[in-house]
Design a protein around this ligand. Structure first.
Ligand SMILES: NC(=O)c1ccc[n+]([C@@H]2O[C@H](COP(=O)([O-])OP(=O)(O)OC[C@H]3O[C@@H](n4cnc5c(N)ncnc54)[C@H](OP(=O)(O)O)[C@@H]3O)[C@@H](O)[C@H]2O)c1
Length: 272
C-alpha cells in the first residue's frame, strides 16, 4: 500500500507539525493529500497561505485522513483526545510526535484496536536532516511502521527502536540539536575572547561542525579515533582536552541527558 495514496492530517501544526508538512511537500507529497489543524484561527490562516494545504477542524481531519499525526504539546494531548478520541475509527493510523507520551496514553483514549506509532523526530527536519526514531505501539503492524517510515524518510534518517527506548531517544536526538547549538555558541564566544571578529569565529566553527559531522557519518570511524587524529603529542588540542576534562564536560553531558530523559518521564506523568 503506497503511503502517497493516503491523506495525512497534522493535528496541531505548530513548529514540529509545520516541519512535517513542509518536508512532505518538498518530497512531492501532494498538497491535496495533506490536512492541518491548529487552535488559533490566525495560525490556521498562516498555514493555509504558506503551504496551500487545507486547514480544517480536528473532527473533519479525523474523518477525512487515513493517518493522524498528533503534533500538539504533550500537556495538550489529553484535551485533544477527549475531543477526537471517541470519533477515531479503529482503522486509522495514529502517529504521535509528542515527547514522552507512551503509545498506551493514546490507546487508552482511542477505540480498541486503533494502531498507534510513536515517532521522535528533531528540528533538522527543516533541512531534510532529521533523525526520526519510530516505535510500534499496541496494534501497530510492520505495515504501519513502514507507512510511518515513508512519511519521515523524506525528512532525513529513520530508525526503528523499541518503545522502551523512546525517552532516551528524546534526550539524545530529540533535544540533541540544542546541545550542539549551545556548544557552537560557546565556541564562538571563545573565538571572540581570543580576539576574532564574531563573523569570522562563526564561520570557522560552523564549517568545523559540518566537517566533523560529515566525517563522523561517512568515515565509519569511532569518535575517539577521529579525535586522536587531531591530538598530537604535547600539542594544542590535548591542552584544550585537559581543560574540558577538568571542567567535567563529559560528566555534564551524562547528567544533562539523564535530566532530559527524566523530564520526558515527568511530562508523560503530568499528561496522564
Ligand atoms: N520542538 C522540538 O524540537 C520537538 C522535537 C521533537 C518532538 N517535539 C514534540 O512535538 C510536539 C509539538 O511541539 P512544538 O514545539 O511543535 O509545539 P508548538 O509549536 O506549540 O505546536 C503545537 C501546536 O498544537 C496546536 N494545538 C494545541 N492544542 C490543539 C488542539 N486541541 N487542536 C488543534 N491544535 C492544537 C497549537 O496551536 P496554537 O499555536 O494555536 O496554540 C500549536 O500550534 C510536542 O509534543 C513535542 O514534544 C518537539
Amino acid at each position: 500500500m503506497g503511503a502517497a495514496r493516503h491523506t495525512v492530517a497534522v493535528i496541531g501544526a505548530g513548529k514540529i507539525g509545520e516541519l512535517m508538512l513542509s518536508g512532505l511537500l518538498r518530497s512531492g507529497w501532494p498538497a491535496q493529500r495533506l490536512l492541518a489543524t491548529a487552535r488559533r484561527p490566525v495560525r490556521a490562516e498562516e498555514l493555509a497561505t504558506r503551504y496551500g494545504v487545507r486547514v480544517v477542524d480536528n473532527l473533519t481531519a479525523v474523518e477525512e485522513a487515513a493517518v493522524l499525526a498528533i503534533a500538539v504539546k504533550p500537556q495538550d494531548a489529553g484535551v485533544l483526545l477527549d475531543e477526537i478520541g471517541p470519533k477515531v475509527p479503529a482503522d486509522k493510523l495514529v502517529v504521535s510526535l509528542c515527547a514522552g507520551l507512551p503509545t498506551s496514553f493514546f490507546s487508552r483514549r482511542l477505540p480498541e484496536g486503533t494502531p498507534v506509532v510513536r515517532v521522535m523526530t528533531n528540528t533538522p527536519a527543516l533541512v531534510d536532516q532529521a533523525m526520526s526514531a519510530i516505535s510500534a505501539g499496541a496494534h501497530a503492524t510492520g505495515e504501519h511502521l513502514a507507512l510511518a517510515e515513508e512519511m519521515f524518510a523524506p525528512l532525513g534518517a529513520t530508525l526503528r527502536v523499541p518503545e522502551s527506548q523512546q525517552d532516551a531517544v528524546t534526550a539524545l536526538s530529540g533535544s540533541g540539536p540544542a546541545y550542539f547549538y549551545l556548544l557552537v555558541e560557546a565556541m564562538i564566544d571563545a573565538g571572540i575572547l581570543l580576539g576574532l571578529p564574531r563573523q569570522v569565529a562563526h564561520e570557522l566553527i560552523v564549517q568545523t561542525a559540518i566537517g566533523s559531522a560529515v566525517m563522523l557519518r561517512d568515515s565509519g570511524e569511532h569518535p575517539v579515533k577521529l579525535r586522536e587524529a587531531v591530538t598530537s603529542p604535547a600539542g594544542t588540542t590535548i591542552s584544550a582536552v585537559r581543560e574540558l576534562e577538568k571542567h567535567g564536560v563529559r560528566a555534564a553531558l551524562l547528567a544533562a541527558l539523564e535530566a532530559a530523559r527524566d523530564r520526558a518521564r515527568e511530562l508523560a506523568a503530568q499528561a496522564d
